[in-house]
Design a protein. Sequence first.
Length: 325
Amino acid sequence: AGQVYVALSRCTTLDGLVLLSRIGQNSILTEPRITEFSSRQTAESSLQQTLEKEKKIFQAGRLLQAFDLQKLIHRLKDFPELVLSKDLPDKGAAYELSQQLIAAAIETDGIVGKFRDQLRDMLAKDTDAAQIRERLDKAAHWLASQIGKKMLQPLADHLDDLKKAKRVRQYTKSVQEVYASVQQNIMHLYGLEYDGSVIQKGALDTYLPVPAEQVLVKKPKEKRAPKGETVRITLELFKQGKSAEVIAMERNLSPNTIESHLAQLVGLGEVLITQIVSDDKIDQIKAACLREPNASLTDLKKKLSDDISFGEIKAVQAHMRLSEE
């Protein structure tokens, strides 16, 4: 069988070839892995169907994640320990606030969890897209209102009280970061998409209790925003609680451009890194940068998950440089 294979493999044409004897079935050997691979080959039409199905699954996952407060609850559970570790003028009230925030987040997640179940069911049943968008819009406004009223407002009041206190600068910065983490859950709702349409009828920033500048970390006066007018406009819109996607749509610019503006602002201390990049992404990007400090932006992007953008990498790098100063 081996000689037959070698002989036939050297033929450039079968014209005029005459076999003197029949090649038996037992002389033809096929690699099992090749047979298995061939049996798994899928028709192009089937691949397209699979692609559409997976796109819907991915989109559904992003929608469900936007209405999940588990990461926020986990973050808030560190707040009571932070309060107890500091020498505060009214530690009792601050500790009570930390407990109230956890309770509010758990309660809100329990209610919105029922919506997640409904949404999951609607997506599985291929419910009319318009009906799904309507439910998403209502749920987004409800969730934003609960976060604003039960979590952001109490934190804003606490920050206002801290302005009158002395020797609480580091603690104030930590509370600002908690505020930013809570606010990020509203920002995740901006520009939610389903079936190619943006799911948002009104401005969710109406649920933000205070201007964003009240919760940004103040840096030395020499740290000024870029002179460019376009970056200043982005900063003003961001202070209104608008996400990079929404700002890009309003200004008719690409999201990448807006992300670059925000990265510059992070480096200047005008925007907190936790306001534009999630905690898990920050950890991933930091780890990659520390492993390969001389790697280019493109090389870093290749080594990170697909859902991490160039703008987010730039922002974390700017944050790391600022922290080293």
